[in-house]
Design a protein around this ligand. Structure first.
Ligand code: ADP
Length: 396
């Protein structure tokens, strides 16, 4: 039995889950928000009890120290010595990391270099790693990358049709993200289907605030919708997904915005928020659409329609598909989005049951038994994947 903590550090937040391994039992989890701002919020839950405190947390080091203090103060653990490993979610592993890795000084240096590719994410992940190292210098730490699972993509999938030199000189290629989630649900799908993953062609739809689709053949990612950054692919809560690149200078010209400002619009003011004009949150969009709001209905259609087309495209890429997987906030909970995505796909052997589709937040098959292609809802669990990788790397 050992206790492993999984950390997901963002620029102003830090999420954590403490696991008892190998049982994979969550002992405690929580979130620190508004780090570096006034009135930071610390939330931690143990057994079904929630503890919340508002205070000023100036930086990630203070946040980590506070978290560790609370774990003992609230008797969640008796001593920090009980923590045997730390797992950090890291967004970008570039082409260097195709799997999780034990963190050394050299690894941190490589992560710093990779920040060039993920300036919004990697620096925050590194701060989280350093803050944990300062607090628990003797506890081994592991980095688990969002990009690693997609490193199996063939060159024909990851290469952009740009001058080849750009790939070699600047690392311009598709990396893909949400890899830990796609990997987790694809493994679970194989277990649920009772078939070896090596024999399966899966399409995994991770639909949260960020959304990406992955084509997984024989357990390996062979293509995915996100690209050089998490902006590409399907429409998302606030991100545009794929657009005609010539629109960027056109928008700059029409609005007087700089390239960075246009990029900000594509990242933060587009997607369902942009189309609906009022919210990026699917629950709000669904509510308004039910009342007859046309723009909300349109936002839903745009969102679902892109995913629907990826299913066709990735089925072609794999010469067929055995199962479609829905996961993350929207994929796990929205029967409406799932229905729109799956609509009209009977021609390719997808027969889904509207009654079973009502399921929310639970593992389930939503296809009719005779459907050649199965459709699964699988709640994702990136944290348990992190904890598993920590255990396997620290016991090697
Ligand atoms: P993140 O990418 O931030 O991890 P999540 O996976 O939590 O995102 O997904 C957030 C999205 O899931 C939001 O659009 C939210 O509206 C949607 N969502 C969560 N619960 C439900 C629900 N019960 N019904 C419909 N949509 C939901």
């Amino acid at each position: 039995m050992s206790k492993i903590i999984a950390i997901n550090a963002g620029s102003s937040s830090l999420k954590f889950q403490l696991f008892e391994m190998p049982e994979e039992r969550v002992i405690s989890k929580g979130l620190i928000e508004r780090i570096g701002l006034a009135n930071s919020i610390f939330t931690i839950s143990v057994n079904d009890e929630k503890y919340k405190e508002v205070m000023d947390i100036p930086n990630h080091e203070v946040a980590v120290k506070l978290l560790l203090d609370k774990l003992t103060e609230l008797n969640i653990i008796q001593s920090l010595n009980e923590i045997e490993g730390i797992g950090h979610r890291v967004v970008h592993g570039g082409e260097i990391f195709n799997d999780s890795v034990l963190i050394t000084e050299e690894v941190v240096e490589q992560l710093i270099k990779l920040s060039d590719l993920a300036p919004l994410h990697n620096p925050a992940n590194i701060i989280g790693i350093q803050a944990c190292h300062a607090a628990l210098p003797n506890v081994p730490a592991v980095a688990v990358f969002d990009t690693a699972f997609h490193q199996t993509m063939p060159e024909s999938s990851f290469l952009y049709s740009l001058p080849y030199d750009y790939y070699k000189k600047y690392g311009i290629r598709k990396y893909g993200f949400h890899g830990t989630s796609h990997k987790y649900v694809s493994r679970r799908a194989a277990e649920m289907l009772g078939r070896p993953i090596e024999q399966l062609r899966l399409i995994s739809c991770h639909l949260g605030n960020g959304a990406s689709i992955a084509a997984i053949e024989g357990g390996k990612s062979i293509d995915t919708s996100m690209g050089f950054t998490p902006l590409a692919g399907v429409a998302m809560g606030t991100r545009s997904g794929n657009i005609d690149p010539a629109l960027i200078p056109f928008i700059m010209d029409k609005t007087g915005k700089t390239a960075d400002e246009v990029l900000d619009v594509l990242n933060k003011k587009s997607g369902m928020l942009g189309v609906s004009g009022f919210s990026s949150d699917l629950r709000d969009i669904e509510q308004e659409a039910a009342k007859g709001n046309n723009r909300a209905e349109l936002a839903l259609e745009v969102f679902a329609n892109r995913i629907h087309k990826y299913i066709g495209s990735y089925s072609a890429r794999m010469s067929g598909v055995d199962a479609i997987i829905f996961t993350a906030g929207i994929g796990e909970n929205s029967d409406l989005v799932r229905a729109k995505v799956l609509h009209g796909l009977e021609f390719m052997g997808i027969y889904w049951d509207p009654a079973l589709n009502k399921i929310r937040g639970k593992e389930a098959f939503i296809n009719y038994p005779h459907s050649p292609v199965k459709v699964l809802v699988i709640p994702t669990n990136e944290e348990v994947m992190i904890a598993r990788d920590v255990v396997s790397l620290i016991t090697k």
